[in-house]
Design a protein around this ligand. Sequence first.
Ligand code: ZN
Length: 609
Amino acid sequence: MPPASTHYTITALEPNAHLFETRCTVADPDPSGQAFRLPTWVPGSYLIREFARNVVAIRAQGCDGPVAVRKESKDTWRAAPCDGPLTLTMRVYAFDVSVRTAYLDERRAYFNGGSVFLCPVGREHAPCTLEILPPPAGALASGRVATTLPRDGAPAFGFGRYRADDYDSLIDHPVEIGDFAHASFEAGGVPHDVTITGARDVDLERLSRDLARVCQWQVELFDGPGARAPFDRYLFQVTAVGDGYGGLEHRSSTSLLCRRDELPQPGVEAVTDDYLTFLGLASHEYFHSWNVKRIKPAAFVPYDLSRESYTRQLWAFEGFTSYYDDLALVRCGLIEPARYLELLGRTITSVLRSPGRRVQSVAESSFDAWIKFYRQDENSPNAIVSYYAKGALVALGLDLTLREAGASLDDVMRALWERFGRTGAGVPEDGIAALASAIAGRDLAEFFARFVEGTDELPLADWLARVGIAVNLRAAQGAKDRGGKPASGSSPRSGIGAKVNADMKLATVYAGGAFERAGLAAGDQIVAVEGLKATADALRTLLERRAPGTTVTVHAFRRDELMERAVTLAAPAPDTAWLAPDPDAPHAAVERRRAWLGTTKEAAASPAA
Ligand code: ZN
């Protein structure tokens, strides 16, 4: 007998107090007392977030009146035995502007189901219905509703009844309510919507045209020309703010947080650096529709949202996705190859500036994401490596290695999709190495041992030479220099081995650098250099003039204690990369480069800046 459905309601009860009220009704509760649980983490963001901490009140009602409800653990409640239907009513505080939990004020409501809907234990697989109720008054009452939850009576973009196959599905379709801008386009044969909260001055036509191009390219990457996307519709749920960045992937939608400046402005034809950041983010989350939402590590099949789910494979699920997010932009013709090489140069730069790559592998970084990557502190650059950035470079190395063997990472993605995505089977921990070796026609165990499980320096110059690209390294020119371009203007002669905030506080002291050797630490407040007041300009000028080996006197406060340190300046680290086609590259390498960065037949819709 199929399980009876669980019914939910949600209403924006007190927008000014940021309180949602949700109800969860079970027709036939467990006779021994029905338990209810909230997730502790949201898929895609690998940190225990304890959503139950935002629950401010909970009560239960059975068919004969109120029912006692007792908390059993940090995330679990149990109602006393009673006859059904049993309804738990919960008030939840929601004031997190990120894409991971929930937000409510008088103008906007947003929620990820996992942070507001209780799951009746034992009924995880029961179908669900959800009534999204309008608040009794205020601006939200006349707002629209954007979600890819299937409608079950609700009008399009309206309040009313929605449904989900099970709890996992209920919480994988976030909901945006408010007064948002809206555009639509088609890609992969299915409708796509974009909603934008927080910005009005947006060139929606251009945004739709550009996103359609990226989405179509990705659908065809996995399934070939003319293929249909693996969902019935897709939604880009965008929130624009003054300063913020983030995205979270879902099975048929994504929530994106961006700066207003990153959205295309009417009358501006160029792909600005800001807009490129947005396109990269949208491309990244869309790629996850396959890579992590359908092709999943075995550890996520099914998700256990009550505790950490360990996998050593995030370097592939996030790294491959980070590799393809920008690559898709050049291969679909939105940007020129030179612009793509600039982005790749920045990724290389970010990895070269992480001494932690020498002590932690991307497989270890994946496994420990819960306690390290998602909980970074002042020593993180020395102790950990990003499975996003280095994972993307490992993907690059794998792609260029496979291309020499007449295949490519595209073939690996398609094989993962066929074998694991379509079947729903999880990818075993050694699954990607085995698949890549089979596609390469040779054992790639050494590649995975050195660059995935090990901390060997990535041979980027060798890899990129295979496609006729030269890797150039130089010293950073100031705090805003993210790499990707040749040096312009004056360069430092020496370095201090530290990242200094604008207020002259040390953000990071890099392992083995001049400041570390002199006994300075993250958090120290630099007050004087060579007896003169320390400013960013003065420090930059000093480093442009003094040669490596020179000793300078630095005064700093650690907490409230003044210290004097003699710092022997070092040669600046060549940690800033820029890439350029090698004019002397052999013909075969140039051919491989064309195949690697090959654009679609039509000319680019938006010229690159
Ligand atoms: Zn991602």
